[in-house]
Design a protein around this ligand. Structure first.
Ligand SMILES: *Cc1c(COP(=O)(O)O)cnc(C)c1O
Length: 398
């Protein structure tokens, strides 16, 4: 996004987030009155004169660089998340890798939360190591204690809150204070909260990453990522996107735009149903613990309450000790909960997880097998009945 685009955006009046998701990034007056903007598909962009081509003197120059479809969604997300510029990517993972790549060079050291989304870890271990960038994983609840891990060559702190699968809530303001004092970049994977339930730039974050595949697209029908930066970080991120050739697809970008329109409404329901299911599960004898930041039983509930504006529909459950056979009996015949990767769509999902093998800074301790649940938009009574039948099958097989 250029400086003039930014100025244009700043002039627009601010509305509340639920209004912004409906109205930003579209203008019926320039689309023959149609409510939704057209999808620009394209590679070549024609220049009217060779002079203009030499100077690249027009708003769009090549499909990979930007299209009106991409620009519309980038501007909308930038404003909703509260940054100055957004770059879209072809997936959430590409948003993570592009962002980290933007800030490091050979000889650097970075700090990454031990609870980070597993492929983020893989990027650090398999690619950054090869490029001469060293990673230290830290306890996600370290807060201001992270200061002790900072070295002279430390470049950035990567956070994700709550953590993937295990849902530790990070003290972002405390970490931001250290990042500021030590002059480090502070990055956040903000996918769980979406741009609506955590405002990263109000808490000292420099760059916020969204796996837009999840709640922004919201229908499990496209892959998309978004990197939103503050003023200080925007140029470095834009440069990394450019040199890596990162380019979201036109249809996927449009699906992101369409998903955005209902984001606030969907999230409110995911939050309500998610909490109801979490409370119901917490009271079940088959359940040892529920990992949901909005439940008072969550170890960092107070931090969540202080910093977040809401909870999405994704949380964890630790079962009482259960044999593999009994777990399979429970999960294999669920009617409504699908088993598969990703989340954030309209449908409920369940997946077993065990981070024991790859955690290095902390030790994962659980009473029994752990499940990650995504609560979709179905009626919660049907979801409870589905799990209840699963618990019965578990009991029969134990
Ligand atoms: C899914 C996910 C990603 C990656 O997004 P994709 O679009 O699947 O590549 C990154 N971070 C978090 C927290 C995620 O849940």
């Amino acid at each position: 996004m250029s400086a003039s685009d930014k100025k244009h955006r700043d002039k627009k009046s601010r509305h509340r987030p639920a209004t912004e998701v409906v109205h930003l990034g579209r203008d019926p007056a320039t689309a023959h009155g149609f409510v939704n903007p057209p999808v620009y598909r394209g590679s070549t962009v024609i220049f009217p004169t060779v002079e203009k081509l030499w100077k690249r003197d027009q708003e769009y120059t090549y499909g990979r660089t930007c299209t009106p479809t991409v620009k519309a969604l980038e501007e909308a997300i930038a404003q909703i998340e509260g940054g100055v510029a957004t770059e879209l990517t072809a997936s959430g993972y590409q948003a993570v890798s592009t962002t980290i790549f933007a800030f490091v060079e050979s000889g650097d050291h970075i700090l990454v939360s031990d609870s980070v989304y597993y492929p983020t870890r893989r990027f650090c271990d398999r690619l950054l190591t090869k490029l001469g960038v060293e990673t230290t994983y830290y306890d996600p609840v370290i807060a201001a204690g992270i200061d002790k891990l900072v070295r002279p060559n430390t470049r950035l702190i990567f956070t994700e809150s709550p953590g993937s699968q295990t849902f530790e809530v990070q003290d972002i303001p405390a970490i931001a204070a250290v990042a500021k004092k030590r002059k480090l970049w502070l990055l956040l994977d903000n996918t769980w909260a979406s741009p609506l339930y955590f405002r990263p730039f109000d808490h000292g974050v420099d760059v916020s990453i969204q796996a837009a595949t999840k709640y922004i697209v919201g229908h499990a029908d496209a892959m998309l990522g978004a990197i939103t930066s503050n003023e200080r970080a925007a140029k470095l991120v834009a440069n990394a996107k450019d040199v890596l050739g990162v380019c979201p697809g036109s249809e996927e970008t449009y699906l992101g735009q369409r998903g955005l329109r209902t984001l606030a409404t969907r999230l409110a329901q995911h939050q309500k149903s998610g909490l109801e299911m979490a409370r119901w599960l917490e009271a079940r004898p088959e359940v040892a613990r529920v990992l949901h930041p909005a439940l008072p039983s969550h170890p960092q509930h107070e931090i969540w309450k202080r910093d977040f504006l809401g909870a999405s529909g994704l949380f964890g459950v630790i079962l009482q000790p259960t044999s593999k056979k009994a777990l399979a009996a429970m999960l294999d015949n669920l009617e409504l909960f699908g088993m598969g990767f990703s989340w954030g769509g309209y449908e409920s999902l369940v997946i077993p997880f065990d981070p024991t093998s790859y955690r290095t800074a902390t030790r994962w301790q659980a009473e029994g097998p752990a499940l990650r649940l995504h609560i979709g938009l179905e009626d919660v009574e049907d979801l409870k009945a589905d799990l209840e039948a699963g618990f019965a099958r578990r009991a029969g097989a134990n």
